[in-house]
Every structure is written in C-alpha cells, then in structure tokens.
Design a protein around this ligand. Structure first.
Ligand code: ZN
Length: 157
C-alpha cells in the first residue's frame, strides 16, 4: 500500500548552511514513489510515523545528481539572451518557461562566458531535518493520477 505523507523540512548542505526550509510556509505533501520529492528522501522516509522527527542524509547521486563537467560550456557572450552586465555566480533560466533549466555563469573570459548547466545542488550531499505531520493511505484517484491531492486528500482540478 502506498501512502501520502505530509512533512516539514529544513535542508542543509554538508557545512550546515540552511539551503531551504518549509518552516513558516505550507508543509510538503507527496505520494510515495511518485517522484514528487527527490528519490533518496522518498526512499528513506518509507515507514516513518506521523509525529516523528528524523534526520535524513541523501547523497548527491540520489538527490540532484553528480556534477557533470560536460554540462559546462563556453559560449559567446552575444549568444546569451541576457541584457546588462554579467557576474560569476549569476543564475538565469534558459527559457521563459518556469520549468526551464537554470544555468549559472561559472566564468567570464573576454567575450566568452562559461555556462554551467548543472543543477545548483548537483554534487551536494543534502541533509534534511524532517518532521512527519501526517501519513495516510493514498486514494484511488491519487494512485491513478500519480500524485498527492493535498494533506486532506481533496481532488485536484
Ligand atoms: Zn490529481
């Protein structure tokens, strides 16, 4: 049986810096095994009980993947659809689509730019402090849609 789990989390990198947290915002609700959260976290939260707190470390390979040097490319500055000055570390989307990949300026060399298309968290081992708020059985509709319908199971659409 697959569950729908609702949790709060704080995400830290290996140096302990907070990268993201749901604290102060809505908790996350997901259907187990549906790819709604990163695989390594989904796998390690299986069987966790409502009310429990746990620390989960997810290695980069099970999170946003290892860094791939082939994803770093040198292109002409003029090919970038970005106005104004560029700085190393600037990030922008490759398209106006909100799900378009994010690229990072890894270097600037004259009229050429090094673009890194790796996910900003590629190669980073992630530590999640998780508080499980609720666990319930997935509904038929959730199983057929392949996603959770919110913490109370209301239908989508
Ligand atoms: Zn749905």
């Amino acid at each position: 049986m697959r569950s729908v789990v609702t949790f709060h989390y704080t995400l830290r990198d290996p140096s302990g810096q907070v990268l993201d947290t749901s604290s102060g915002t809505a908790p996350v609700t997901y259907l187990e095994g549906a790819g709604q959260i990163i695989d390594g976290l989904d796998e390690q939260l299986r069987g966790a009980a409502a009310g429990s707190k746990t620390r989960v470390t997810v290695l980069a390979a099970k999170a946003y993947g290892e860094r791939d040097s082939a994803q770093v490319q040198r292109i002409k500055r003029a090919q970038l659809p970005v106005e104004g000055e560029l700085h190393v570390g600037d990030q922008f989307q490759t398209d106006s689509d909100q799900f378009a990949p994010v690229v990072t300026i890894a270097g600037i060399d004259g009229d050429e730019v090094l673009l890194d298309a790796n996910h900003p968290l590629a190669g980073v081992d992630l530590t999640f402090d998780v508080e499980i708020l609720s666990v319930r059985a997935a509904t038929e509709a959730e199983l057929s849609h392949g996603h959770a319908h919110g913490s109370d199971g209301h239908a989508c659409g």
